[in-house]
Design a binder for this molecule. Structure first.
Ligand code: HEM
Length: 507
């Protein structure tokens, strides 16, 4: 659930297309001049309102009329795992809170953990979620729920994640699933593309957990094709005309909803006593029509869970392996921990939740460190619903607020040598943490909207690491044009040329 370049540019593209279609020549010039004046007037009003107020706006610049600083924001990219120049240059100039003007809206950016946490804990009171239209078109109405409907989403999510039946299923099936997947590598070519395989593996697991479908079920394969079309859509140009990428994405979304609705009807007829997947949990909470929960179709709920579960967990696994491939000393330490744990088990005995919590400290530290450096959700967008005061500054009501986690995660103030992959930084005891306090790690958001799937995701990835390091040794293969840090510069932290590996089974 992350923001992409084109989704950010949506309001601008809509504006330019609507203003240019019906105007020509001199009338176009007059219209442009009027728009400029209107923009300048708005900027002046924005400042005037706060000129006589004892609390000042945060430092920063609102940029050009209307355009603000949107182009600098959208175009200045950086390799994943390094701070975006748009934010780092302003942090140097203005500090950790600054104002700007993005996507046609006056904006305050917070790179301050204290302010960020305060706002997250006041989600629904002082701020609410803000999502570019393209995002809510793809992800559907579940994304923008507020108030009672959002509370229903949380209740459902907590039930789905923590219901004992689903957790039991998760602990067992995730291990069976990854063992089968990793076994399939034994029969693969000498060099395989792990990034490609992980996408399929994590997707088929999400579908199993949500809808109970096995990986080789033809419906699962159809859903996979459509969900993959969807993932390519977040960065598509948001023009819904026949043949455009965005149009294909919206059609894929419709097909997915139709398929889930069909599966839900079949399941209802069958009936089941105990919930064995998320569909069962949702169906048990449905209204009398049996098709809707809190005003939303069952299919919309399940769709939203699968997107949340699949995309983010896939990105996390890919990046764990990327860091491990570059840090042999970390792999050695992981082996020590996981081989020792395996020795306490019989041949095919599964790990338990307690093993994960008590005997996999280093493995969990590797997951944490990857979350810190990868920044799968680098920032969240909110909108202020009240004037908010913070250290003598005011964030006016109705402004966009960007809570930037990645600048906190990559800051030397909180993490010594912040760009270094160092899982040991998480191994200190509670009393020694000091500035290394995990309180600064916010990969799953916080407050009312904190990711409900975080325990599932971190467990899933730790289990994957356990079986990977106890079953295989591997080497990343670099082609002659492939750089060591060949990560895409777009918002998704993915390798441009995949993640080719040369594998050797350990037994
Ligand atoms: C590495 C894995 C994951 C990351 C980094 C991640 C990140 C996030 C973040 C940052 C949010 C907050 C969005 C906001 O405030 O608007 C969120 C929300 C959400 N996530 Fe995750 N997530 C992950 C895995 C999962 C999994 C496995 C599931 C499902 C089982 C899931 C389901 C959701 C849902 C339903 C929400 C919406 C919560 C709400 O609106 O109250 N996520 N996630």
């Amino acid at each position: 659930m992350e923001l992409q370049l084109w989704s950010l540019l949506l309001p601008l593209s809509t504006l330019s297309s609507s203003s240019s279609s019906s105007l020509s020549g001199s009338s176009l010039l007059i219209a442009a001049t009027c728009i400029c004046f209107a923009g300048i007037l708005c900027c002046c009003l924005l400042h005037l309102r706060h000129l006589f107020c004892k609390h000042k706006l945060p430092p920063g610049s609102l940029g050009l009329p209307l355009l603000g600083e949107t182009l600098q924001f959208a175009l200045l990219r950086a390799p994943i795992g390094t701070p975006l120049p748009f934010f780092s240059s302003r942090m140097q100039r203005y500090g950790t809170v600054f104002k700007t003007h993005l996507l046609g809206r006056p904006t305050v950016v917070s790179m301050d953990p204290e302010l960020t946490k305060f706002l997250l804990s006041n989600d629904g009171k002082l701020v609410q979620g803000y999502y570019p239209k393209v995002f809510s078109r793809i992800l559907g109405p579940a994304l923008t729920l507020q108030g009672a409907s959002h509370r229903a989403l949380r209740e459902l999510a907590n039930l789905s994640v923590s219901s004992s039946a689903v957790q039991k299923l998760h602990v067992e099936t995730v291990q069976e699933h990854f063992l089968t997947c990793l076994e399939s590598w034994r029969h693969q070519a000498a060099v395989l593309d792990a990034q490609h395989d992980f996408k399929e593996w994590v997707f088929s697991y999400s579908i199993k957990l949500s809808l109970g479908l096995a990986a080789d079920d033809p419906t699962a394969e159809l859903l996979m094709r459509d969900f993959f079309t969807l993932s390519s859509g977040y960065s598509s140009v948001p023009i819904n005309l026949p043949g455009t990428q965005f149009n294909k994405v919206l059609k894929a979304r419709q097909r997915i909803l139709a398929t889930i609705t069909k599966l839900a009807r079949l399941r209802k007829h069958k009936g089941s006593k105990e919930a064995t997947d998320i569909l069962d949990v949702v169906l048990k909470r449905c209204d009398e029509s049996g098709e809707r929960y809190c005003g939303l179709d069952v299919a919309e709920w399940i769709f939203f869970f699968v997107v949340g579960a699949f995309e983010n967990t896939f990105l996390l696994i890919v990046n764990v392996l990327r860091f491990l491939s570059e840090n042999a000393h970390v792999v050695n330490q992981l082996k020590r921990e996981n081989v020792a744990l395996r020795r306490t088990k019989t041949h095919k005995e599964k790990l338990t939740w307690d093993d994960y919590l008590q005997k996999m400290h280093f493995t969990r530290s590797v997951v944490r460190e990857t979350l810190r450096l990868t920044n799968i959700a680098p920032y969240l967008m909110k909108e202020s619903t009240e004037d908010i005061l913070f250290k003598g500054m005011v964030i006016p009501r109705g402004w966009m607020v960007i809570l930037n986690f990645s600048m906190v995660h990559l800051s030397p103030c909180y993490y010594p040598n912040p760009l270094e992959f160092d899982p040991w930084r998480w191994m200190t005891s509670e009393s020694d943490k000091g500035s290394n306090n995990p309180d600064f790690l916010i990969p799953f958001g916080g407050g009312l909207r904190r990711c409900p799937g975080s325990p599932l995701a971190t467990f899933e990835v730790s289990i994957f690491i356990h079986y990977l390091v106890t079953l295989y040794k591997w080497e990343r293969v670099f082609g002659k044009d492939v750089q060591r840090d060949d990560v895409t510069c777009l918002s998704f932290p993915l390798m441009r040329n995949g993640l080719p590996l040369k594998l050797q089974p350990l037994d």
